[in-house]
Design a protein around this ligand. Structure first.
Ligand SMILES: C[S@@+](CC[C@H](N)C(=O)[O-])C[C@H]1O[C@@H](n2cnc3c(N)ncnc32)[C@H](O)[C@@H]1O
Length: 222
């Protein structure tokens, strides 16, 4: 298997260069919409795979009291974001190593179209890191592809190189532990105008980490 981490050291830069203008122009985002609609109180937010911090910037504009942190392998994206949005705390790095952040230090972790890029050998390490940095009763927002079963598609920007996008119901990894509860979800198409078919369907899912609340108390002696 290719180590996708090595590939995305540069592919993260390429993604940033290809999409910077469009992402910068966006006036809205469904994470912001969800926070407005739900009234969820979130002080410290981490966006894993934040590119240059465009989503965090929109959150900051709407909720100025939040403290916002972002993490991405692309040095170019992080460098640009630091210049553009000095009020954000942005760092270069990979999602499977969030050791810069303390246990339980975030009210909300956002991971949007990043898990599908991560090397399969590092997926569970990434899941464990997200779980570690999220507070008990904190929230996790996952935006990603929502296939009927796991599938991989060749990454079309690097054809013939054995690089894939892995489509998988990532929120089920968290909810199947029964330590997380899905509290909201909606489906959407990856790009406006996409054909309504399995590989284009995506989901926005909000989970709450409930390691104590999800256990009922058995009053009988075992
Ligand atoms: C499709 S973009 C999504 C950007 C942003 N989250 C959004 O929704 O607009 C994928 C991002 O994930 C980053 N990425 C790729 N591999 C990663 C990894 N192992 N850990 C963290 N971020 C990664 C890329 O650099 C890129 O910025």
């Amino acid at each position: 298997m290719n180590d996708q981490r090595e590939i995305f050291k540069t592919e993260g830069d390429n993604y940033f260069c290809r999409n910077k203008e469009t992402l910068e122009k966006a006036q809205n985002n469904d994470v912001v919409e969800y926070l407005k609609w739900s009234g969820l109180k979130v002080g410290r937010i981490l966006d894993v795979g934040c590119c240059f911090g465009h989503v965090l910037h929109l959150i900051k504009s709407t909720f100025p009291d939040t403290e916002l942190f972002g993490f991405d392998p692309s040095w170019e994206a992080i460098g640009y974001g630091k210049k553009m949005y000095p009020d954000l705390h942005l760092r270069q790095g990979f999602a499977h190593d969030l050791s810069h952040y303390e246990d339980g230090s975030f009210d909300l972790v956002v991971i949007s179209f990043v898990l599908s890029w991560i090397d399969r050998a590092l997926l569970l390490k990434t899941v464990a890191e997200i779980d570690r940095v999220l507070k008990n009763n904190g929230h996790l927002i996952i935006r990603d592809f929502a296939p009927s079963g796991p599938c991989k598609v060749e990454y079309h920007h690097l054809p013939g190189q054995g690089v894939y996008t892995f489509k998988h119901n990532y929120w089920q990894i968290f909810s199947s532990t029964q330590l997380y509860t899905i509290i909201y979800e909606h489906e959407f198409l990856h790009a406006p105008g996409d054909e309504l078919k399995n590989e284009n369907v995506c989901k926005f899912v909000v989970l709450q980490k409930r390691p104590e609340l999800n256990y009922s108390i058995n009053k009988k002696e075992l």
